[in-house]
Design a protein around this ligand. Structure first.
Ligand code: TRH
Length: 374
């Protein structure tokens, strides 16, 4: 089966990140012949070094990657638009001329809100052509399309987290010593609107040493460098009990082990948010800001589901850390308030990941849905 996946990069990495992850899993696990049509090769190249940012068309790991705007030739057997990016009009006309018309999927943004289940798989007839686009919503429950989860992901996670040699190699690759027995490892990936100085102050003053890994060449990495007075040309800085390490931005396939190696992950957007949940570690999510605070509703909808399994006092402290990571409240105080909760939250994170993994993954749900439409 030939799949065409369309992707327009709004900003940041997640549009390309989700589309690339979807393409790779369809190709690897479904044997699909996948073409990704994307308008920003450079962003994709940040996520996969095999991608040549200046190429108009290329094949990467068996996936055809074409720059948006190039002639596309024959319509695929299945058409997926990520995040409602609207395939080019001439391609849509070619879809209408194809018999039978291909299943046409709009893969929407992830949300934990309840209305998602009611809109998932809804048809939307095209106003002029005999075509029907179907909404496909990722989500956290059986009434949704589920979450992207590669077949071997959780086994790879458990092998990594359970194998000291694997973890040792991970630290060697970063030219860092393995963490000391009591040292808490944290990764920091958020938007540059977050104020990290009071978090750094709390970590610097903490009894337990903290190692903070910051993927470099992101706006937040620059802000952290400024607030931690990173020595010029250095990738390390030390503030009291805090060791900061700016690390190379990793290929997407190498991003998961970073999350697995940590005790805590500050993440953002959509794809890193999901990957941190699969890592089965405590986390905090910096939601992509939206006008009129619409993102706050999405954040609360997620927290309502995520916190349900925690005792109220702990749940409140976790909630406060999420809000502080989203700019509401004092991040250092919220972190310190959780000092006695780490074992409980870590156990909860593993339970949460297990609950999410109980259902089919997004690609399985999508392939089943497409089979029904064919
Ligand atoms: O980069 P983001 O903020 O992308 C956002 C969101 O997708 C949001 O939904 C969308 O509306 C907006 O873009 C336009 O966050 P996200 O979704 O986590 O994407 C980051 C990608 O980068 C993800 O696929 C993980 C990947 N990544 C790496 O591959 N290597 C790294 O070192 C790091 C830190 C991230």
């Amino acid at each position: 089966m030939r799949w065409d996946i369309f992707c327009k990069v709004i900003d940041n990495f997640g549009d390309a990140g989700v589309a690339w992850r979807l393409a790779r899993q369809l190709q690897a696990e479904r044997g699909a012949d996948v073409r990704l049509i994307i308008d920003d090769m450079a962003t994709l190249a940040r996520l996969d070094r095999r991608v040549r940012p200046d190429a108009e068309a290329q094949t990467v790991g068996g996936i055809t990657v074409t720059r948006w705007g190039r002639p596309l030739g024959a319509v695929a057997d299945v058409v997926v638009e990520t995040f409602a990016c609207e395939a080019p009009p001439q391609y849509v006309e070619a879809m209408a001329d194809r018999s039978p018309a291909p299943p046409w999927i709009n893969l929407e943004y992830l949300s934990a809100e309840d209305w998602v289940g009611r809109c998932h798989r809804l048809p939307s007839p095209h106003p002029r052509h005999l075509l029907t686009r179907h909404f496909f919503f990722p989500g956290f429950g059986p009434e949704t399309g589920g979450l992207l989860r590669e077949r071997d992901l959780l086994a790879a996670r458990d092998a990594f987290q359970g194998t000291p040699a694997a973890r040792h190699r991970f630290w060697q690759d970063l030219a860092l010593p393995p963490p000391a027995a009591q040292e808490r490892v944290v990764t920091l990936f958020g938007y540059d609107t977050v104020q990290v100085h009071d978090l750094f102050d709390a970590w610097a003053a903490s009894k337990q040493p903290v190692r903070c890994l910051i993927p470099d060449h992101t706006p937040l990495a620059a802000r952290a460098a400024h607030q931690a007075r990173r020595p010029a040309g250095e990738n390390r800085a030390t503030l009291g009990a805090l060791t900061l390490a700016w690390i190379p931005f990793r290929d997407q396939v190498d991003y998961d082990p970073l999350l697995w190696a940590a005790d805590f992950n500050f993440v953002r957007g959509e794809d890193s948010f999901v990957r941190a949940q699969w890592a089965a570690r405590p986390m905090a999510w910096h939601i992509y800001p939206q006008p009129g605070d619409a993102h706050r509703i999405k954040l609360e909808a997620f927290l309502e589901k995520y916190l349900a399994g925690l005792e109220p006092p702990v749940a409140q402290r976790v909630h406060d850390l999420f809000l502080a990571w989203n700019g509401e409240g004092h991040l250092g105080e919220a972190w310190n308030a959780l000092s006695g909760d780490w074992p409980l939250w870590t156990a909860h994170a593993a339970t949460w990941a297990g609950q999410l993994a109980a259902g089919p993954d997004l690609v399985s749900n999508l392939a089943d849905f497409v089979d029904k439409l064919l």
